[in-house]
Design a protein. Structure first.
Length: 218
C-alpha cells in the first residue's frame, strides 16, 4: 500500500502545516495534537500514519523531524475534555498546535472531516488525511510519540494501570485496574467506563455508611 505523499498537498499554498491528534479514545490522560511543516526537499523517509508504525520507528522519525521540520504541539487537559467533550477538546488541541508553530502557515490541512473553531479560512479537513498526506502523517507521529511519553511519565505516578503499555486505552488490564484501584485524577470523568466506576464507588460508600449496610452479631 502506498505511503502518504505530497500529491494532495501540492494543490495548496506554501508553507503548509499538516495537523493531527492522538488520544481521543483513551480513558485517561490528555489529548495531544501536532502541527508539522515539512521541507519538501529535506524530510525523513518512512513517514506514514503513526498507527502503522512500531514504537521504535515512530521515535526515530520524530528525532529526524525535529532536525528538519517546524513543529508545534497543542494539548487539551483532562479537565478540558470533561468540560468541552472529547470532540471539542480535540479541536482545541489542534488549534493550539498550529499556534505553537510560532508563525502563520499559508495553509493548514487537518486530519478528519471537521475544522477547529478558528478564523483562518485557508484550511481544509482531509478524511483519513494521515494515510494520504505526508505532512498530516508526520503530525500523527509527533502527536502519538508526545502523548505516549506523557502517559509513560504518568504511569510512574499512578502505577498499576498499565499506562506504560496501553497509554490509557481501555484494555482489559486497564479496566480491571479501574475496578481494583479506582479512578485517578487523570481519568476522564465524562467517559462512560470511568463514570460507571465512580458510581460504583459512591454506591459502595453509601452502603458502608448506612446502618442497613452493617450486620450485628450476638
Amino acid at each position: 500500500m502506498a505511503r502518504p505523499c505530497f500529491r494532495i498537498e501540492r494543490e495548496f499554498a506554501q508553507p503548509l502545516a499538516g495537523v493531527d491528534e492522538a488520544g481521543c479514545a483513551p480513558l485517561a490522560g490528555p489529548v495531544v495534537a501536532a502541527a508539522v511543516v515539512l521541507d519538501r526537499e529535506h524530510f525523513p523517509r518512512g513517514i506514514d500514519d503513526s498507527k502503522k508504525l512500531d514504537l521504535a520507528t515512530r521515535e526515530a522519525i520524530l528525532g529526524r523531524l525535529e532536525k528538519v521540520a517546524r513543529i508545534g504541539v497543542g494539548i487539551a487537559s483532562v479537565e478540558e475534555i470533561d468540560t468541552l467533550n472529547i470532540f471539542w477538546a480535540r479541536m482545541l488541541a489542534m488549534q493550539r498546535a498550529v499556534e505553537a508553530l510560532g508563525f502563520e502557515p499559508a495553509y493548514v490541512l487537518v486530519d478528519g472531516n471537521r475544522l477547529p473553531r478558528w478564523e483562518r479560512t485557508a484550511a481544509t479537513a482531509i478524511v483519513a488525511g494521515d494515510t494520504k498526506c505526508r505532512s498530516i502523517a508526520a503530525a500523527s507521529i509527533v502527536a502519538k510519540v508526545t502523548r505516549d511519553r506523557i502517559m509513560l511519565d504518568h504511569s510512574r505516578t499512578y502505577p498499576g494501570y498499565g499506562w506504560e503499555t496501553n497509554r490509557g486505552y481501555p484494555t482489559l488490564h486497564h479496566r480491571r485496574a479501574l475496578v481494583e484501584l479506582g479512578c485517578t485524577p487523570l481519568h476522564r470523568r465524562s467517559f462512560n467506563l470511568v463514570r460507571e466506576r465512580l458510581a460504583m464507588g459512591r454506591q459502595h460508600e453509601m452502603e458502608l455508611a448506612s446502618p442497613l449496610g452493617h450486620t450485628t452479631t450476638g
